[in-house]
Ligand binder design. Structure first.
Ligand code: DGY
Length: 326
């Protein structure tokens, strides 16, 4: 690269990632980690060639339309890219990239934590200790649900769904999944494919969501679909909040139809539906799926690899393709 491209980094990134960005780009870092609103983002982008963006950025069609023409690439520090209007970016000639693979294990680990935390009433137990209200062991005290031998329904058998399936096999769970098509048998960890989502729901004693947020998956888990699940089932979500209809899920937990939930993601983050907080049997995390030091470094390096490839004139390894252009 002769002249360093001007890069806008929208959030505070891990130290080594910022160091590499400073070495290779004319970079504007966000050292205070203050969220950019649209006006300040647009102002910051003036004269810049690239944005290193995060899921907290709003890069909707209306914002992309206003970006300076100098912006040629949005490199996301995330695998999910529902915060970017891909079609709008494509039509403005802006390349979009993401960071698949490197966060699969961390997110799958956290999903298993959600499954176990919801099944074994981890939040309630911890709250009891912290409030100094535990008065000792009891034969019927705070009993949860076994995961061993139970059916786990996986919606979306991509990288993370498969990694969760592999881990759940270690807990002797029986894995079933729904996706557009069966995955190759070497990747399915013995899981059983259900073309029909309702059929999967009917046998899912545990359900875990690993599909992307798209117009098709918006509120996929609604009252009608929850009604098809076994009574006392457990639902976990480490994908995106808008895949779940909050009203339906909260009602189902309140009526006992759903025995527990484990959530890492929420509609309208960080302003989740406050009713989740008052559900005893909810195990709630603040979008920490990929939050390990190793993973966040790897995500940052991958975002920079994509930028580097783009600016030397190659196709970035993780270019996101506008589905409408396929
Ligand atoms: C992603 O990469 O999409 C995650 O949600 C952020 O951890």
């Amino acid at each position: 690269m002769s002249k360093k491209p001007k890069l806008i980094v929208t959030r505070k990134l891990p130290f080594e990632v910022e160091a590499r960005a400073m070495r290779d780009y004319d970079v504007s870092l966000n050292t205070k980690d203050t969220l950019y609103d649209t006006d300040s983002l647009l102002a910051a982008c003036d004269g810049a060639s690239a944005i290193l963006a995060c899921p907290t950025d709003n890069l909707s069609a209306s914002v992309i339309k206003l970006l300076p023409h100098s912006i040629r690439i949005i490199a996301n520090f995330s695998v999910g890219y529902d915060h970017v209007d891909i079609a709008a970016a494509t039509s403005h000639g802006i390349m979009v990239t993401n960071t698949p693979d490197v966060l699969t294990d961390a997110t799958a680990d956290l999903t298993v934590m959600l499954l176990l935390g919801a099944a074994r009433r981890a939040s309630e137990g911890e709250a009891l200790i912290r409030a100094d209200k535990w008065d000792g062991w009891g034969p019927i005290h705070m009993c949860g649900t076994n995961v061993t031998g139970k059916n786990l329904g996986v919606i979306g058998m991509g990288r993370i769904g498969r990694a969760v399936a592999k881990r759940a096999r270690g807990f002797s769970m029986c894995i079933h999944y729904h996706d557009e098509a069966p995955v190759p048998s070497e990747d399915d960890a013995g899981a059983i494919f259900h073309q029909n989502l309702d059929e999967l729901l009917q046998i899912s004693e545990f359900l875990t969501l690993h599909c992307p947020s798209t117009p098709q998956t918006y509120k996929l888990i609604n009252a009608d679909r929850i009604a098809r699940m076994p009574k006392g089932a457990i639902i976990v979500n480490a994908a995106r909040g808008d895949i779940v209809d909050d009203e339906a899920l909260i009602t189902a937990v309140r009526t006992g139809k759903i025995a527990g939930i484990g959530l890492d993601v929420y509609y309208n983050e960080p302003h989740l539906d406050p009713r989740y907080r008052s559900l005893e049997n909810s195990f709630l995390m603040p979008h920490l799926g990929s939050a390990t030091n190793e993973t966040r470094d790897a995500m940052g390096f991958k975002a920079l690899d994509n930028l580097d490839a783009f600016f030397i004139g190659n196709q970035p390894p993780n270019a996101v393709v506008d589905p409408l252009a396929l």
